[in-house]
Design a binder for this molecule. Structure first.
Ligand code: ZN
Ligand code: ZN
Length: 356
């Protein structure tokens, strides 16, 4: 954890930031190890302060021994932040502009008096993109849980089940394997609903001939996996087989393109260009992938807006899809680690079309 704070300080000094308030709970967790639901971190060149209330005092001592603990009692959290800034003679306090409400900003401004506020877009998020060995191992384990849940659900999927029954079984299996929860609301989209890229499990009953897209992942020790497979309940027909084959080929090509030095735009283009060549460009409307870690959508993004250059230690999803309205859709998604030599796929579920 101390190493993460050192990396943050290098970023801060490069940008002329003397002090930063970390209010996003995920960023605070990344830097402090503290998993409680209330508190902020204040990082300066010489201090790393964690401000929280009495409920969390002993937890902070245990989880964040590298940080100075400040308990805010009668003063509000933000008044205490201002107080700690004054003690350290801070002239300008940077804050996470995406993670402070308008009301909080106003209250902080009032409390700070003469200390200036400076918005920063991303800071800790940039550090979080590159995982260390411990993080990689946890995500590997989270990916394994998703793989095993997929293997398990294949034994149970049959016509007559409702989509939400399937989602519940996936969730139960992942929790039995040690997940604290699923990474996000599980997507089970069958038949025509499989044309909805984010079709959350509904009351729809699975029918023979349906394509069924399952998109789920495990949250394990704070980190997530994200896996999608599309299977067929019996023979899905020629059109479904055609789009399945195109998505699979696009996905494999994009995975094989992952390596240090490639940008998110370039990786995205590998899948997108192939799908376009095959005549389905209009039916692939989302990005090819996104980073995963403490959050299910984090940097870098593999899309037409993904200007980040991939470097070893990043973990991204690769998940092209084709969605035909009133027909159905296919998406295949793996989690991929960028390595020195290229890539390593962390999810291992089979990708050939499975007929159940
Ligand atoms: Zn997913
Ligand atoms: Zn995803």
């Amino acid at each position: 954890m101390q190493n993460r704070i050192d990396r943050l300080r290098r970023l801060m000094s490069g940008r002329g930031i003397e002090a930063v308030l970390i209010s996003h709970p995920v960023n605070r967790r990344y830097l402090s190890g503290f998993t409680g639901s209330s508190g902020v971190a204040l990082i300066t060149a010489s201090d790393a302060v964690l401000i929280t209330d009495f409920r969390y005092v002993s937890q902070v001592k245990e989880q964040s021994p590298h940080m100075t603990l400040v308990e805010h009692a009668s003063a509000s959290l933000l008044q205490t932040v201002a107080e700690e800034c004054r003690k350290r003679d801070v002239k300008e306090l940077a804050f996470e502009e995406h993670h402070l409400t308008f009301a909080q900003h106003r209250a902080l401004e009032d409390a700070l008096g003469g200390i200036k506020l400076r918005p920063v877009g991303t800071l800790t998020e940039e550090l979080r993109m590159i995982k260390d060995e411990a993080e990689i191992q946890i995500i590997r384990d989270a990916a394994k849980i998703a793989d095993q849940a997929f293997e398990g659900i294949l034994k149970e999927l049959r016509p007559g089940m409702r989509e939400r029954d399937v989602a519940l079984r996936l969730e139960v299996m992942m929790r039995e394997m040690g997940a604290s929860s699923s990474s996000f609301d599980i997507i089970v989209a069958s038949g025509k609903r499989s044309a909805l890229p984010h079709g959350k499990a509904s009351d729809k009953v699975l029918e023979k001939g349906d394509l069924v897209t399952l998109d789920f992942g495990a949250c394990y020790r704070g980190y997530v996996s994200d896996l999608t497979r599309t299977v067929a309940l019996g023979e899905p027909g020629e059109k479904a087989r055609e789009i399945y084959g195109i998505v699979l080929e696009a996905q494999v090509k994009a995975v094989e393109a992952i390596r240090p030095g490639i940008t998110g735009v370039e990786a995205d283009a590998v899948a997108r260009d192939y799908i376009r060549e095959k005549g389905y460009g209009d039916y692939f409307g989302h990005g090819t992938g996104h980073g995963i870690g403490l959050e299910v959508h984090e940097g870098p993004t593999l899309s037409i807006r993904g200007d980040t250059v991939l470097v070893p230690g990043m973990i991204v999803t690769v998940e092209p899809g084709i969605y035909l309205p009133d027909f159905g859709g296919v998406r295949i998604e793996d989690d991929v680690l960028v390595t020195d030599a290229g890539y390593e796929v962390l999810t291992h579920s089979p990708k050939e079309l499975i007929l159940l």
